[in-house]
Ligand binder design. Structure first.
Ligand code: HEC
Length: 317
């Protein structure tokens, strides 16, 4: 029964194509020849077909399934991508070149004319070639896709981890600094900063399995080891004119030329920092700082000023 109906539907469709002239190459070419002697007949055929199809489709979709099958097979792809555009363009070229549509081409086989036979055989060959290459392409591109995905996964991982690493180091530094200042005073704390920042950074690094390296940079440095790297300058320039209370002061990621990412977290001047980075540093503290850092520039900051970045990077293996 199903086959009989398919047969009848096929015959009706073929008759329609034949009667409307879609099987005649000069009609198809005339329709595509917009800038020549444009033959509009096929538009009538298409519009007629679309209207009748739209009504029938609308009515049919009210059912849960087609009359002779358990479910509808509808195209699921909705987006217009490169493949669709390229495939459609290629199809259009073939269509205009041969003047034959795939469906009507098959109908025209009945005429026994050689060029229709050549067309249908070529069309099937084209489909097979595509299938062959698609498989090959998939085999070739699969490793690339997998690598990209895993790189992305690890990058995403870094994006999640880096802020945690930074927060941990910051907390560690701040707690120690606060304790040191309140217990032993700012002068001693200068010594502490001088000696212990590196140690604290190492400790934090251990907590994260030595996967990351970090440092601090600033536009006005105390320790010249903390001068920003060339690529950091544009970020420093953006931030050095900002205040903590302004918009767009969130931490950011920078991708290096080797593909590695660096996390940059802005550090803002808090009241505690003024004792050693403000513009009214006590003489004792100031002397202690000058003794250790003769070229110190890290003074004159006010509360809320951008002080520099804490950066976190995955270690080079
Ligand atoms: C007790 C004094 C003291 C206090 C308080 C202090 N710092 Fe520092 N800071 C230093 C010293 C000393 C260095 C240089 C450390 C080194 O040799 O690496 C430094 C370096 C830095 C650096 C690295 C860039 C550079 O200039 O070399 C940043 C960023 C920084 N401090 C931010 C802060 C912030 C933010 C606060 C407040 C939360 C703060 N500091 C509080 C003494 C202090």
């Amino acid at each position: 029964m199903k086959s009989l109906i398919s047969f009848l539907v096929g015959v009706t469709f073929a008759l329609g194509l034949g009667i409307s002239g879609m099987t005649q190459t000069h009609v198809v070419k005339g329709f595509l020849d917009i800038f020549g002697s444009w033959n509009l007949n096929l538009i009538g055929v298409m519009v007629g077909a679309i209207i009748i199809h739209a009504i029938a489709f609308h009515l049919l979709m009210k059912r849960n399934s087609p009359l002779l099958d358990s479910k509808f097979y509808l195209p699921t792809k909705k987006e217009i991508d490169k493949r669709l555009v390229f495939g459609a363009a290629l199809f259009g070229l073939g269509w205009g070149w041969a003047g034959i549509c795939p469906g009507p081409g098959i109908v025209s086989l009945a005429s026994g004319e050689v060029h229709f036979i050549v067309f249908v055989v070529s069309m099937i060959t084209g489909m097979l070639i595509y299938k062959f290459f698609e498989k090959k392409l998939l085999l070739k591109t699969l490793p690339v896709i997998l690598v990209t995905l895993s790189v992305q996964a690890s990058a995403n991982n870094f994006r999640e981890e880096a802020p945690k690493v930074a927060a941990s180091l910051k907390k560690n530094l701040l707690e120690n600094l606060q304790r040191e200042v309140s217990e032993n005073g700012a002068v001693k704390a200068v010594d502490f900063c001088h000696l212990n920042v590196g140690t604290l950074a190492k400790e934090t690094s251990k907590n994260f399995k030595d996967q990351y390296e970090f440092g601090r940079v600033s536009h006005k440095t105390r320790n010249s080891n903390n001068v920003p790297k060339e690529w950091m300058n544009s970020y420093i320039d953006q931030f050095k004119i900002k205040k903590q209370s302004m918009k767009d002061t969130a931490a950011l990621f920078h991708t290096l030329e080797d593909g590695k990412e660096v996390y940059l977290e802005p550090l803002w001047t808090a009241p505690l920092c003024l004792q050693c980075h403000g513009d009214a540093i006590s003489k004792k503290v100031s002397d202690e700082i000058t003794k250790r850092y003769p070229n110190d520039q890290a003074r004159g900051f006010k509360v809320g000023d951008f002080r520099g970045f804490l950066w976190v990077k995955e270690k080079n293996k």
